[in-house]
Design a protein around this ligand. Structure first.
Ligand SMILES: [Zn+2]
Ligand SMILES: [Zn+2]
Length: 156
């Protein structure tokens, strides 16, 4: 995992001016496991940086993605999510609560995509959609409860 100092030097190499807002974005993204969205980054930084803009968040993220430090995920068609882990891995999005989870992907398949004879991928994103554990359990409990209530109704 990269450090804030590494992030600063990548931004500098990319020609960005190093501002306290950009450093705050680096601090926030570093080591984050929950794939924060641009909205989340904005609302978490707004208190300390009332003048921060989405443009600054997006341009900083884009520079970091270009230099290979982070991934920008388009798993959600309504918002982008940032992932400070640049290593290839799959993402699972819960369609009920919106949480994003990592899952490992097959190295062999990645190799074929990267070094295939006709097409060579330089970037691979794998998205899966469904229900997370918590939401599946909640749906299950609800179905159980409805079933139980229906039984009571039938008995009465
Ligand atoms: Zn969920
Ligand atoms: Zn991830």
């Amino acid at each position: 995992m990269w450090t804030v100092e590494e992030g600063i030097s990548r931004l500098r190499e990319g020609g960005a001016k190093i501002t306290s807002q950009r450093i705050a974005i680096l601090r926030l993204l570093k080591g984050r496991m929950d794939h924060p969205s641009a909205d989340q980054v904005y609302s978490e930084l707004r208190e300390d940086f009332p003048t921060i803009s989405y443009a600054t968040i997006y341009s900083t993220a884009q520079l970091l993605a270009n230099s290979g430090l982070i991934q920008i995920l388009s798993i959600d068609d309504k918002r982008v999510h940032f992932d400070p882990d640049p290593k290839p891995h799959g993402h699972f999005r819960c369609e009920s609560c919106g949480a994003l989870y990592d899952f490992p992907i097959d190295e062999e398949m990645l190799d074929r995509l990267r070094h295939g004879s006709s097409q060579q991928a330089h970037s691979v994103q794998i998205f899966a959609y469904g229900l997370c554990d918590d939401c599946r359990r909640a749906t299950f409990d609800l179905t159980e409860r409805i079933a139980a209530e229906e039984e009571v109704l039938v008995e009465a």
